[in-house]
Design a protein around this ligand. Structure first.
Ligand SMILES: Nc1ncnc2c1ncn2[C@@H]1O[C@H](COP(=O)(O)OP(=O)(O)O)[C@@H](O)[C@H]1O
Ligand SMILES: [Mg+2]
Length: 251
């Protein structure tokens, strides 16, 4: 069943057709990779779905409800969460505080730094559990600004996961980390996603990562969907191989 469907979604920036009548779907419980060269429209598509941009046309349906004009907050409550290409953490707070703050905000509880540590043991227990899921429990007390780049990327995903999404968009979860660190990061993210039955849509440039970890791949090019299929189908898709995979720059 489809968790998310976009119908003829359109976003223009001046003369640039960033997203050009895109019909994009995410199914229940799948790991989807969104690929495409630089400027293909991937981030714009995610921005439209998460509510950061207003579309110029088309519709977004999430669990059969029309969320096209819903606020960012409303979409988060409905179950759509995202991480950003550049991590979005409070560097001066601990890893645990970063996750706990997200849980507090999810629950509509405001916290400032002075009251952060008070009360609500259920929130702190949940924050510890989420860090454990992401293999970060040993880093709980470290400042987010002080952990390794790979751990920061995982922490950023953990923060988005703390919103309890049904659909998690990840914009380049392995960018800026060494090749050696990519596999453990993707192992962790996909095992959390698969064990909890949620769906993830991951923008990724490293084709080894894309082919190894995704159930389905959607390739974008110049604002449109060029191909949509299983890793095997995409490997054999001539339009994709000539447009994307053959080039060294898939960013
Ligand atoms: N906020 C913006 N203002 C103007 N143009 C934008 C903006 N965001 C994206 N674009 C343009 O839209 C196109 C798609 O960009 P983007 O979605 O960032 O692509 P990708 O994430 O696939 O690299 C590009 O031509 C880009 O320059
Ligand atoms: Mg992008």
């Amino acid at each position: 069943m489809s968790l998310l469907v976009t119908k003829d979604l359109v976003k223009w920036f001046g003369d640039t057709h960033a997203v050009d009548h895109v019909n994009f779907t995410v199914k229940d419980s799948e790991v989807l990779a969104l690929i495409g060269s630089n400027g293909a429209g991937k981030t714009t598509l995610v921005n439209l779905i998460s509510g950061l941009f207003r579309p110029d046309g088309g519709q977004i349906l999430f669990r059969d409800a029309d969320v096209t004009h819903q606020s960012v907050h409303g979409r988060i409550k409905a179950g759509i969460a995202r991480s950003f290409q550049l991590v979005n953490l409070f560097d001066q707070l601990s890893a645990l505080d970063n996750v706990a703050l997200t849980i507090f905000s999810r629950e509509g509880k405001t916290r400032n730094l002075a009251t952060l540590a008070s009360g609500d043991s259920a929130v702190w227990d949940e924050a510890v559990e989420i860090l454990r899921l992401f293999g970060l429990e040993a880093k709980a007390r470290m400042l987010a600004g002080g952990v390794s780049q790979g751990e920061r990327k995982l922490l950023d995903v953990a923060v988005a996961y703390a919103l309890r999404p049904k659909l998690l968009f990840l914009d380049e979860p392995t960018s800026g980390v060494s090749t050696r660190e990519k596999a453990p990061i993707m192992d962790t993210i996909t095992s959390v996603v698969r064990s909890t039955g949620i769906s993830a849509a991951i923008i990724e440039h490293d084709m080894d990562v894309v082919f190894n970890y995704s159930d389905r791949i959607v390739a974008m090019h110049q604002g449109t969907i060029l191909a949509d299929g299983t890793p095997d189908e995409i490997r054999r898709n001539e339009a994709v191989t000539t447009t994307l995979i053959g080039t060294t720059e898939t960013r």
